[in-house]
Design a binder for this molecule. Structure first.
Ligand code: PPY
Length: 491
């Protein structure tokens, strides 16, 4: 017999805490101290329906995995559960109005357009989480602007009637040299989450990297795959290596073709925009100066499982538990690329985690320009595949990375923005726009195949220059009123 709302309501504190999730009741009293996001957030929903808060940040198999079966109390007659009367939220009303008035998808011409729309219509928590980066967000901005310090040296009079964008990454043929990189918590941006990216990736034959911290389960993303579509797995290494082994081997059994181990996040960076919007409904407390809770933002709250003791010593173990190629994601200097070759990694992703970890870390494109000449000088360029991600918004950015020796380029936030703003169609259009830009750029640079791209086609001398131009005298500019010419004197 189904439980009634009244039965649940009585268990509304730390002594006895029941919650409803997707129409079922759970006794989470003993789980409270273990919850990676802290007990406070659960207690807020003690005796109530917690589905809305739970959904985007927990894959659907979470309760089966982490809560003992004896605590699964069974179905609830939802007609008997008091509906929470939500206060009229003017901010949300404004957002819904903006959703109604958003531009047509066909009016989006480039990846920045999706970002502009997403910023206006995504929920504040989603925008805060996706768009935020570490500290002053200097690295996040540098990731894109570094591409502006590379200039093309096009060649002319090459037959570019037919342009071939296809390439091979980790032995897989794919139609374009970019892939959907792993980004977490997809349901913050779209009710269906990451499977939307899977479907769009299929349409364009683009590889998808499945995130450990997805809102969908790995099985859901794998089940959403069609035909011979290719997926890789991004891995956060758990302190409990048995959990890690299970995840890796399960992904391999389900057909994932690459293991990308995240190595740049022994601790999650501080993303203050995310912390401020907070993943609680009373985010605005911070602004009004009232007492705040200690919310750390969506990501940090659930990151305590990540093992900060992960080290080079562990790499052979990963190679021993899987036949998938092993790639280290988040390498940031040539010395570590050489070390990765030495320990037998099949690849590296030069990446600073979208600027979300160490602020003022260099851009991946700069690290690539540092790395490839060293690999070539030592004859190691074919021993390891080098990928880059971060700040890629234009096909010219992708082409520059390939010219400098990258095997492929990861794109994260832009596809999330396209998904948040327009769903699957949006992601498909974003991919199509990139393809169209790329075909044109290839013609203009004088290359009919991505395999013809090489370092002679770019001038990257300025890439390593980090100095700022003469600082702008911002303060005086803000108080200075320019001399206004007098009104014409009467004759
Ligand atoms: C990030 O937010 O940068 C992530 O990599 C995702 C994440 C989310 C939650 C816990 C750990 C990492």
């Amino acid at each position: 017999m189904a439980l009634k709302g009244g039965d649940i309501e009585q268990h509304n504190d730390a002594k006895s805490c029941w919650v409803i999730i997707h129409g079922k009741a759970y006794d989470v009293t003993e789980f409270l101290p273990e919850h990676p996001g802290g007990s406070k957030i659960i207690l807020k929903y003690a005796g109530k329906d917690a589905t809305e808060e739970f959904e985007p940040i927990h894959p659907p198999d979470t309760l089966d995995k982490y809560l003992d079966k004896s605590k699964h109390l069974g179905p609830v007659d939802m007609d008997t559960v008091a509906k929470e009367v939500k206060e009229e939220d003017p901010e949300e009303a404004g957002r819904l109005e903006r959703v109604d008035q958003k531009p047509l998808l066909s009016q989006c011409y480039n990846l920045f357009d999706f970002e502009a729309v997403a910023r206006r219509i995504m929920k504040k928590t989603a925008w805060g989480y996706y768009s935020s980066a570490a500290d002053d967000e200097i690295t996040m901005r540098e990731n894109h602007s570094a591409f502006h310090r590379i200039w093309f040296r096009p060649q002319v009079l090459v037959d570019v009637e037919n342009v071939d964008l296809s390439t091979t990454m980790l032995g897989t043929k794919c139609s374009v040299p970019f892939y959907v990189t792993a980004t977490a918590l997809g349901k913050l941006g779209h009710p269906e989450g990451e499977v939307v990216l899977t479907r769009a990736a299929h349409t364009h034959n683009v590889i998808q990297m499945i995130p450990t911290m997805a809102s969908c389960s790995l099985d859901e993303m794998v089940d959403a795959r069609r035909g011979d579509q290719v997926q890789w797995l991004q891995l956060y290494v758990n302190k409990d290596r048995e959990i890690t082994r299970r995840i890796v081997q399960h992904a391999e059994r389900r057909g994932c073709r690459g293991l990308f181990i995240t190595v740049d996040a022994p601790q999650l960076g501080r993303r203050e925009k995310d912390m401020r919007t907070k993943f609680t409904d009373k985010g605005s407390d911070v602004q009004s100066g009232q007492e705040t809770d200690t919310s750390q933002g969506a990501a940090r709250a659930i990151s305590s499982f990540i093992d900060p003791s992960l080290s080079w010593k562990d790499v052979p173990w990963f190679k021993s538990i899987t036949k998938m190629p092993v790639i280290l994601k988040g390498v940031q200097r040539v010395e570590d690329v050489l070390r990765a070759v030495h320990v037998g990694a099949d690849g590296v992703v030069l990446s600073n985690h979208g600027g979300r970890q160490l602020d003022t870390a260099r851009s991946a494109i700069e690290v690539l320009a540092e790395t490839m000449p060293v690999l070539r000088a030592r004859g190691l360029q074919d021993r390891i595949q080098v990928f880059v991600d971060g700040g890629v918004r234009r096909a010219t950015d992708v082409i520059k990375a390939l010219c400098l020796g990258a095997s492929g380029v990861g794109i994260g936030r832009p596809f999330l923005y396209a998904m948040g703003a327009y769903g699957q169609e949006g992601v498909e259009r974003a991919m199509q726009l990139l393809k169209d830009e790329m075909e044109m750029d290839m013609r203009l640079i004088g290359c009919a195949s991505v395999h013809d791209l090489n370092p002679s086609l770019v001038d990257a001398k300025g890439l390593f220059v980090h100095s700022n131009p003469t600082p702008v005298d911002a303060l005086s500019h803000s108080v200075y009123d320019a001399l206004v010419p007098p009104a014409q004197r009467p004759k």
